[in-house]
Design a protein around this ligand. Structure first.
Ligand code: GLY
Length: 373
């Protein structure tokens, strides 16, 4: 789709209403039955459409303050979309109460907080990322420096830390008492097969963990500037109690985030391994290029993940339960014409939300669910 595709063209080419064939795919009868409810909700689904020329930012539900800040920066200071997203998520990275990102993020199995982040700029089609970065509160901003000040895309571990320090980022202790307490409880009750089946773990009840047995909490933010340019970033402390050195989808371009300035921008939160194995964020953008609405594109990627997970269940039975993937995964997308949407793998109706800010202000809206319980 050319960069001069108009908003009217976009809308004419798309439209809601996926067929049973496109949704049912190769899933078993039981799974296909579960998907019937979803098909109905997709037909009723309405991706939001914002006013043309107004900045828009979409993020995971923990990013309400982030989307408001990103939109303010694009509107009042003409900050480019990618930088607005990075500066928006910095609020969440600095929030000690968010257990999924930056300061206060849940540590790896050795008790160390390690962070992954990436950003992507639409106009230059350039990206930067850091993986397994320790002691730096704002990994997304470091990723932006990798993008802007080097010819590299990925920096990891000690190299990423050295680069961050060279760029003037200060070291900090990121493990809060609360995150440490949750890690200590996990350590005491640790399952012997925990590395193979992290889904079996039970965590101390915490509202921010959103009912997931072992959270892969993250924040993604995609932004559309008033001039129609796009940018995005994703930042995370990754899977709680991961093996030291594990990186997830967040620092991997095409997995935890992707944007194409002629089409749209997308990102993921949830089980990173599933977003990696599906090339999820790239797939969402390519589906929008082919004419899907953002919600349809997110659902398409989730359906692909579900099919892949069902096929792999013979080798990884813990990942497939009751005819659906046994993990959370959510995609977020905004199209170049301002249409936005989000879909989540599973949950009770209305339980999964995303944050959006446009001319109507910052608010939470419900994600469309692939499997509604
Ligand atoms: N989606 C974040 C992670 O899996 O690390």
């Amino acid at each position: 789709m050319a960069s001069d595709t108009t908003r009217r063209d976009f809308l004419r080419q798309t439209g809601l209403g996926l067929t049973a064939a496109t949704l049912g795919g190769s899933l078993t009868a039981a799974s296909a039955q579960q998907l019937q409810a979803t098909q109905q909700s997709i037909r009723a689904a309405s991706s939001g459409l914002s006013q043309p020329g107004h900045p828009i930012a979409i993020s995971s539900a923990n990013g309400l303050a982030a989307v408001a800040e990103a939109v303010r920066l694009m509107k009042e200071s003409q900050v480019r979309a990618v930088s607005a997203a990075v500066r928006g998520v910095a609020i969440v990275e600095a929030d000690p109460d968010d257990l999924s990102v930056g300061l206060g993020g849940l540590p790896d199995e050795s008790g160390e907080v390690t962070l992954d982040a990436a950003c992507m700029d639409g106009p230059s089609h350039n990206a930067g990322s850091v993986g397994c970065l320790k002691r730096i509160m704002h990994p997304a901003a470091v990723a932006e420096r990798v993008m802007d000040r080097t010819d590299h895309i990925n920096l990891v571990g000690v190299g990423a830390l050295a680069f961050a320090k060279e760029q003037g980022f200060e070291e900090a202790d990121l493990l809060t008492d609360r995150a440490k307490g949750i890690w200590e409880k996990w350590l005491k009750n640790r399952e012997p097969d925990d590395r193979l089946w992290p889904l079996n773990d039970t965590l101390p009840a915490d509202p921010i963990l959103q009912g997931e047995p072992r959270p892969w909490g993250t924040i993604h933010c995609s932004a559309l500037a008033p001039d129609g340019t796009l940018g995005c970033c994703t930042t995370t402390s990754g899977l709680a109690f991961k093996i030291p050195g594990r990186i997830g989808d967040s620092p991997l371009i095409g997995c935890g985030l992707y944007c194409d300035n002629s089409v749209g921008s997308a990102g993921a939160t949830g089980r990173g391994e599933a977003a990696i194995l599906s090339g999820g964020s790239w797939l969402v953008v390519e589906r929008m290029r082919a004419g899907d609405t953002p919600t349809e594109a997110c659902l398409y990627a989730l359906r692909r993940v579900a099919e892949q997970t069902e096929r792999s269940a013979k080798w990884q039975p813990a990942l497939w339960k009751d005819g659906q993937p046994n993990f959370g995964l959510t995609f977020y997308a905004v199209r170049k014409d301002g249409l936005y949407g989000s879909a989540s793998m599973r949950g009770a109706k209305g339980s999964r939300k995303f944050a959006i800010c446009d001319e109507k202000g910052a608010r939470l809206e419900p994600c469309t669910l692939l499997f509604e319980s």
